[in-house]
Design a protein around this ligand. Structure first.
Ligand code: SF4
Length: 333
């Protein structure tokens, strides 16, 4: 069992329920006071979820549950969207914000992915369109720039159950990025029958407001930690106040679930990004944080407009990244 991912493993083994299955069994009242009702039920949920065992799965889900309430709340929040730290405050029923996502969600593909971290594969990966970042080196730009298949929540839930029977160890919501589709994803989960770990594979740039709603259904935060400072984040992803936002989200995620951090080493950014990130993670999340140091950077999309990142890593940078990471972290993928 991988250190730090013990609960994830127990859910997979059927010994513990996935959090969204607990949320589905907490009855809620339909109300216009969605924020108040959510706050009250959340207190109840936080007191009990760690003590709940798999026998809860034998109980019938509530007709209207804590999870339904979350979906209604997220749909309400769409009227003035603050799902991510950009906080566009647009009404997504009428127009699109920075992420170019309206109220409807689209995805590009779903399949059993065998290229993720060993403890995740096979991972049922669902690639949603659009993103809250605009990384100039985006390696998935083709799915970020367009809308492919509209999500039908019942149909996608059915596929998640089928993939589970085919051997998936989790459902992995990614993109693009999942945050701007949180309302749709939680609605999908209402219809999922299997109890399998929910993996939120994101840039960790979500807002505190969104975290308060989605953290009760996420078992594993698979978070990208891209930059060690705000200047690099602003330059390459047009993301303001990056470091404070992302570090705040990692700290909060650790309190509410389990963590696996990914860091893609970028050419010329070992000192300003890789080194600062691993030091922060070691000091604030622990030396034993599960950490995937990745070297597959290649200059995709518009990277050729930035000569300093318009190349692959050289051997010296790879060695330096491994060295600094090994000094500070013990639980490397
Ligand atoms: S998800 Fe973020 S970028 Fe998209 S509309 Fe909402 S606040 Fe704006």
């Amino acid at each position: 069992m991988v250190k730090g991912l013990e609960r994830y493993a127990e859910i997979n083994a059927g010994n513990l329920p996935a959090k969204f299955q607990i949320a589905k069994r907490i009855p809620a009242d339909k109300t216009d006071s969605l924020y108040d009702a959510h706050r009250d039920l959340k207190k109840e949920f936080l007191k009990c979820w760690k003590k709940v065992d798999a026998s809860i799965l034998e109980e019938k889900p509530a007709d209207y549950s804590f999870l339904h309430l979350k979906v209604d709340l997220l749909n309400e929040m769409l009227k003035e969207c603050v799902f991510c730290q950009r906080k566009c405050r647009v009404n997504r029923y009428e127009r699109r914000g920075y992420c170019k996502t309206g109220a409807e969600s689209y995805y590009s593909s779903e399949f059993l992915h065998f290229g993720e971290e060993p403890e995740l594969v096979p991972s049922h990966t669902i690639f949603f369109n659009r993103c809250t970042f605009s990384c100039v080196f985006c390696q998935n730009w083709d799915i970020v720039c367009r809308d492919d298949t509209p999500v039908n929540p019942k149909e996608l839930a059915y596929l998640i159950d089928i993939r589970r029977r085919q051997g998936s160890r989790n459902v992995n919501f990614v993109g693009g990025n999942p945050d701007q589709h949180a309302h749709t994803i939680l609605e999908v989960l209402i219809h999922v029958n299997s109890s399998l770990p929910v993996v939120w594979n994101s840039n960790m740039y979500h807002s505190v407001e969104l975290a308060g709603v989605i953290e009760d259904v996420i078992d594993l935060w698979l978070g990208d930690f891209k930059y060690g400072n705000d200047d690099c984040a602003a330059k390459y992803s047009n993301a303001g106040n990056y470091f404070e936002t992302v570090t705040g989200n990692f700290l909060r995620a650790k309190k509410h679930g389990e963590l696996l951090i990914r860091h893609l080493v970028m050419p010329g950014h070992v000192e300003c990004c890789t080194e600062r990130i691993v030091k922060w993670v070691s000091k604030n999340l622990g030396r034993d944080t599960r950490f995937n140091l990745m070297f597959q950077y290649w200059p995709a999309y518009r990277a050729n407009e930035f000569p300093e990142i318009s190349r692959r890593l050289n051997r010296g940078e790879i060695k330096q990244a491994i060295k600094v990471t090994s000094v500070h972290l013990d639980n490397l993928v």
